[in-house]
Design a protein around this ligand. Structure first.
Ligand SMILES: [Zn+2]
Length: 241
């Protein structure tokens, strides 16, 4: 006839299965959160790259603006220079010369600015290439991690179904009364309704047990519960595996 010790030994094995299922459930809860985090990281690196790209575009349009201004200044110089041939009045002539000087000074300043911009743009082209490679490498790595996490989720879900089926099948071999107590206790206790005696403590809550409880649990004539966490106490020290 099956003794209580036999039953608790079966219950202990059932709990090993429950722990595995519980851990897998935890993993299944965390992984989608990790995926969302990685997707956000992809958006972030993409945004960072777009900002750098926009800076480059801005430099280029600034250069175009300066070049357009330069063309205007050149046209002004050309116009005033040809005006010089036709102007008769002395003060108008002087004025025209002054305009030419001013336009030449502006032109020179613009040329310097354009040269500086060209240098900046050249540097930015090199930087941008580096940024793009960096961004693409990060994006590829993150996407790979997401695919891996999704694969793990799929496998874990399949495993979960099988483990649950196997667990429920195994549970049928356990005394109904003990099983129902175990099921009730394990709710809200990390899925564990059974605790073993470790030294003089409960493995479930780590609290020191009354010596009397340890004696009763070792005798295994009736169900004994931890005073603190209410789990069924089981002394499995002389149990194999
Ligand atoms: Zn306890």
């Amino acid at each position: 006839m099956e003794t209580l010790k036999d039953t608790l030994n079966l219950l202990y094995k059932l709990q090993q299965k429950d722990i595995e299922i519980f851990e897998l459930k935890g993993k299944l809860k965390i992984l989608p959160e990790i995926i969302v985090k990685k997707e956000k990281q992809i958006t972030q690196v993409k945004d960072d790259f777009e900002i750098k790209k926009a800076e480059y575009v801005k430099l280029n349009s600034l250069k175009k603006e300066k070049e357009a201004l330069l063309a205007i200044k050149e046209a002004t110089i050309k116009k005033h220079t040809s005006d010089l041939n036709t102007i008769k009045a002395n003060d108008m002539y002087k004025n025209c010369l002054l305009e030419i000087e001013k336009a030449k000074a502006d032109k020179s300043a613009l040329e310097d600015e354009i040269l500086q911009l060209m240098e900046d743009i050249d540097k930015e082209v090199i930087n941008l290439k580096k940024y793009e490679e960096d961004f693409k490498a990060k994006e590829t790595a993150l996407n790979k991690e997401i695919v891996e996490a999704k694969n793990i989720i799929e496998k874990a879900k399949e495993n979960m179904v099988l483990m649950q089926q196997e667990r429920d099948e195994f549970a049928k071999s356990i005394d109904k009364n003990v099983l129902s107590q175990y099921e009730r206790i394990r709710e809200g206790r990390d899925g564990q309704g059974l605790a073993t005696i470790e030294g003089d403590s409960c493995s479930g809550c780590n609290m020191v047990l009354r010596p009397q409880l340890i004696v009763q649990a070792t005798k295994c004539k009736e169900l004994v519960y931890c005073d603190n966490c209410s789990r069924i106490l089981f002394n499995n020290k002389d149990v194999q595996e």
